[in-house]
Design a protein around this ligand. Sequence first.
Ligand code: ZN
Length: 467
Amino acid sequence: MPIHPERSEAKSRGHNFAKHPEPLGGARGRRREAKWTGATLLLLTALLFASSSFAEDRTIAIRAARMLDVRSGKMVEQPVILVRGEKIERVRGDVPEGAELIDLGDRVILPGFIDVHTHILLQGDATEAEYHFQILREYPSHRVARAVRAMRIALEHGFTTMRDLETEGAGYGDVGLRDAVNEKVIEGPRLQVVGPALSTTGSYPILHFRPDWSFPTGVQLCDGADGCRKAVREQLSYGTDWVKIYANTAGLHLTPDGYVDSPPNWTREEIAAVVNEAHAKGHKVAAHATSDTGLRISVEAGVDSIEHGDSIRPEMAQQMAKKGIYFCPTLTVGAYVAEPRAREGRAIWAEMPKVQAKSMQNARKAGVKIAFGTDAGGFPWTEINQAQEFSHEVRLGMTPLEAIRSATTVAAEMLGWQGKVGEIAPGAFADIVAVSGDPLKDVSVLQKIDFVMKGGDVVRRPADAKR
Ligand SMILES: [Zn+2]
């Protein structure tokens, strides 16, 4: 969660969509091909051919003591998951002749996890100084190199799909990284991306530097309904999946009754223009909304997901549930940034954990769909495992099964990829993880995933996995 509108109380980043591209390749790849030279095409063909020896044509049987069926919530004893190529063929039966066997012993098998709020191009920005370094000084190539490492870390922790929720000054770098993963140029989770988020003039850093100099900004700025409609059209033309807006940023303050408010970043006409234009083009909108006003204007405009949602009153939770708007609480980053930001003199952050807990309660009571989102990148990928979110969700009242569903079936539905990811079922991608211990008793074991398969390719395998 970036957002340091200097000398004000603020947080950062958010997202959403409607029609979803296939997780692999698809129209976007074809669009770019038209511009490529023959030599580039030859190279790509060679790369695709080389990588096809990975998963395609191979049959793998994965055996373990138990598998969590995330839909029924029941454990399946002694499953044998048959993987052919990149997809799951069946989850029961014998090991067929000629299949490669992976025996995971006493482990529990689960679907690969989905984190719907990440920033691969960001490496922790609890303080303003960390944010300024990445936006103002770090070379774009260095940012991309660290993003590649972040994706590898996520994959090794069991996250096989992510919605990456804006690049913070790194332009459309996420679009290229998404495509490079799909083309198997690099390894990483399947991605849906937003490019730069949208916000209005004066609402997002870099701010308050010399007015006669130009500085980069962490978002794309737009003003007025027509200007914002144009910005959405421009962004989608570069191949993004979701549109993300910052509904509010600066001026966070505690209300007398213990919630959080701030001025809005948008007029009603502007935010409606963004949402209507994105929806008209078949894409969804995610809204970073951390205050009463930010949440209200986002919900009224009909966004598809609320990011952070630090201040959700009961009546707003009911509206979110009624409209089917998803809630991504990002509790891991909340826990990470609260103290350093309070120490920087932003007093609201000392209160934030309490308000977040109350908002989670209200959302759960109203039946709002909660999707697993961590804001990884707002905390350093190299220091904190994003799977900590499971424990934070349970700490704030979710059952272990609800927490696991938030990162599998619920997140898949939010992404429009239900049936493809987030479950172990025939026809779904072979995105499979395994762990020792019982995650239905203690979700913290999910921070110790030691087997990961993505699309039929083994990413990580424990030493004791028998062949
Ligand atoms: Zn974020």
